[in-house]
Design a protein around this ligand. Structure first.
Ligand code: ZN
Length: 183
């Protein structure tokens, strides 16, 4: 949900000059994938649990990536992922020529960045500056942060973001309509 919030806010701050329905759908899908992608390093993450051979594969990937909240939860990982994703999308482009891969890439990257921001609000923090071994969080005082997946804060976060997104979209109603008209 926070990935979508990021996409909405950035998308309206820098509205695309051209947008096709295919690009919009691909960008939103990429954005949601980006939103969960950093937790590929966590062998208990939902998408590992839903795959066959999941336990083994999840643990292997997790070990290669340095365990939970390591490389994929840092600026270094963000840059590397951005680079690899760009190459992958450029490779795909001849197959999907009508889709604006730059927008899809931005959707994916905004998804990852929003994941790192939201993880920063949890007690565990995020090692933003790897290879420097420090985990950063907000607020700086650890006991004020959320416990991942628990507590009133986590429970209120989803509906809170949903309300924000709907309100934000309503306030920018005309701008959104204009983008859709250009499709
Ligand atoms: Zn995470």
């Amino acid at each position: 949900m926070f990935a979508l919030t990021g996409l909405l806010v950035v998308g309206l701050a820098y509205p695309p000059a051209q947008l096709t329905l295919g690009t919009l759908v691909a960008t939103v899908v990429a954005n949601q994938m980006g939103g969960i992608a950093p937790d590929i390093d966590q062998s208990t993450a939902p998408f590992w649990r839903n795959l066959p051979l999941a336990g083994f594969l999840g643990k292997t990937v997790s070990r290669v990536l340095g365990g939970h909240r390591f490389l994929t939860h840092s600026i270094l990982g963000l840059v590397l992922t951005g680079f690899l994703t760009k190459m992958f999308l450029e490779f795909l482009h001849p197959i999907i020529p009508r889709i604006d891969i730059t927008l899809v890439w931005w959707g994916f990257m905004i998804g990852i960045l929003s994941h790192l921001i939201i993880d920063s609000f949890s007690k565990e923090g995020v090692p933003w500056l790897l290879p420097l071994p420090y985990k950063f969080g907000f607020p700086p005082i650890r006991s004020w942060r959320m416990t991942t997946g628990e507590g009133v804060e986590a429970f209120l976060l989803f509906p809170g973001l949903l309300i924000f997104n709907v309100t934000f979209a309503m306030l920018h109603y005309h701008q959104i309509i204009e983008i859709f008209h250009r499709m």
